[in-house]
Write a protein that binds this ligand. Structure first.
Ligand SMILES: [Fe+2]
Length: 194
């Protein structure tokens, strides 16, 4: 394990042991992720990570670097090619710090204008839209709706999540029609960071 990642995990484990509520945990993990995103060894290593998403087939994968055996948090990467756009989606009940390690993209946030009671239909309003650069961290609380569109460079995200995703349903939203589809989210690919 890269020294910076090893140190990050040790500090996160200490935070989780000391605090029970997710707002506090994520507020304290966020500055650690800021430091990790500046790590030169991690940046260099990321130039060898694979880009294998195929949005046309709805295939998206996350590299899975670490899953904590006691607390369940994970460290992932999402690799996106130039011009690649995610679905408009949420992460269900999980909490996320999505950090940009390399590249650049447009991050757009939505909220539901309806009462949120329907599982199949949603009326979305765009509430934030910004171009982001390496070092940016998007804090995504449970059920917050967002989309990322990569610019003209490949974009590497390093993601801290409260839980491993890929084996429960997440919502994918069609902004135009209002339809909600269910997806199991990105496929988790164990990946050695040593
Ligand atoms: Fe996301």
């Amino acid at each position: 394990m890269l020294p910076a990642v090893k140190a990050f995990i040790a500090e996160v484990r200490a935070i989780y042991a000391a605090h029970d509520d997710m707002e506090t945990r994520f507020a304290r993990v966020r500055p650690l992720l800021e430091v990790l995103l500046k790590d030169e060894a991690l940046n260099e290593r990321s130039t060898h990570w694979p880009f294998r998403n195929d949005p046309a087939r709805r295939y998206v994968e996350n590299l899975l670097f670490y899953e904590d055996p006691d607390h369940g948090f994970v460290l992932n990467s999402l690799m996106k090619k130039p011009g690649e756009v995610t679905a408009v989606h949420d992460h269900a009940h999980t909490w996320t710090l999505y950090g940009v390690l390399r590249g650049g993209e447009r991050v757009t946030r939505y909220v539901r204008r309806d009462d949120g009671s329907s599982d199949t239909r949603a009326d979305l309003a765009r509430v934030d839209d910004r171009l982001v650069a390496p070092g940016y961290i998007d804090f995504v609380r449970p059920y917050e709706i967002h989309v990322e569109a990569t610019g003209d460079q490949p974009t590497v995200g390093v993601i801290f999540r409260s839980h491993r995703v890929g084996d429960f349903w997440q919502n994918y939203y069609n902004v135009e029609t209002g339809d909600i589809a269910k997806s199991k989210g990105p496929v988790q690919i164990p990946f050695d960071l040593s």
